[in-house]
Design a protein around this ligand. Structure first.
Ligand SMILES: [Zn+2]
Length: 340
């Protein structure tokens, strides 16, 4: 598939000058899509987000929104939205935000019907607060609490290989990438009786063989495809291996975008670029530049000019695989924690 020749002004999320509104109508998939990984942070941005979601057939959305916004978002979008419990990142500098306040919030989210509790355990988390380390007593307490309230667990583990080669070069402080998975494996075993969802291909789209081994060891683990720039850059290096991986693990891979909608991220092109790029990767055999700037390329090679984008190579899933990844897996998973 080749995108139409367009003349829209270029933007860091639209280096090809695409008219995303038009391109959305040219993508092959016509069924529903559930996006299990978004961050809707205020009402005006959510409105813009849903304008984009409607164009790209995204019907159901799981969002990591502030607890204070749950009622307003529910009133406006009803059953299209499910909520994922998160700490109050707006108060990230208060000492209790990731300890006592987080525990209270888990109860608050559960009281509003939330059935997914997210733990952000990127290596850089410890720079923000020691309680964000996956081996901290608070994390263990919070996981037990979430489970007792009928929630499944969601995790951000590791980060791109590019970051371990640069930001996380101090392995004494941050650990190596493989070391990130040691604590996770213990926790997956401890809470083997509930489902887990690991964001961003469990932090490892670069090494699908390692990811397969993780899924094989932990039958309760599921993964989402969110973080568009990262996924496009790395999955495009092995698109057919990615397609085979999804076919080999039906129900374990869920579509997610990591779309962030707030006052700084409200541009139509920004939000639309995520769905265009991911859907093009999944549905088509497009081979060409990604429309989205990827600063990680410059991180590795500072001689590259600003605005360098990676090559996007489509994996062209068959319709049955698309149906499973786009909505079947998410329906199945939500039914396990919140049967209708
Ligand atoms: Zn996210």
């Amino acid at each position: 598939m080749t995108p139409s020749i367009n003349t829209a002004p270029t933007h860091p999320a639209n280096r090809l000058g695409l008219t995303y509104r038009h391109e959305a109508t040219r993508l092959p998939w016509t069924g529903p899509i559930w996006d299990v990984h978004t961050h809707l942070h205020d009402l005006p941005a959510a409105q813009r987000y849903f304008e984009v979601a409607d164009l790209f057939a995204v019907q159901r959305v799981w969002t990591m929104s502030p607890l204070e916004l749950v009622d307003d978002l529910s009133a406006r979008y009803g059953s299209r939205l499910r909520f994922i419990a998160v700490p109050n990142y707006l108060a990230r500098h208060l000492p209790e935000t990731f300890t006592t306040d987080w525990l209270k919030r888990i109860e608050g989210f559960a009281a509003k019907g939330c059935r997914v509790c997210k733990f952000w355990a990127a290596p850089r988390g410890q720079d923000l607060h020691p309680a964000l380390r996956l081996d901290s007593p608070t994390v263990r307490q919070a996981m037990r609490l979430a489970k007792s309230l009928g929630m499944m667990l969601m995790i951000h583990i590791a980060d791109p290989d590019t970051w371990f080669a640069t930001h996380y070069r101090d392995h004494h402080r941050y650990g190596t990438k493989p070391e990130q998975y040691e604590t996770l494996s213990h926790l997956l075993d401890e809470h083997h009786d509930i489902p887990w969802l690991a964001a961003h291909m469990a932090g490892n789209p670069e090494h699908l063989d390692q990811l397969q081994a993780l899924l094989d060891r932990h039958p309760n683990l599921h993964i989402d495809t969110s973080a568009t720039k990262w996924m496009v850059r790395e999955l495009s290096k092995h698109p057919y291996e990615f397609r085979d991986f999804c076919q080999r693990n039906p129900g374990r891979v869920l579509f997610g975008s990591d779309s962030v909608a707030d006052s700084h991220n409200i541009s139509f092109d920004l939000l639309a670029s995520r769905y265009w790029a991911l859907r093009t990767l999944f549905e088509t055999d497009y081979q060409g530049p990604s429309p989205i700037d990827d600063p990680d390329l410059q991180l590795l090679d500072p001689s590259l000019p600003t605005g360098t984008t990676p090559t996007l190579r489509g994996a062209k899933f068959d319709p049955a695989t698309l149906a499973t990844v786009y909505h079947g897996a998410a329906r199945q998973l939500m039914n396990r924690v919140d049967p209708l």
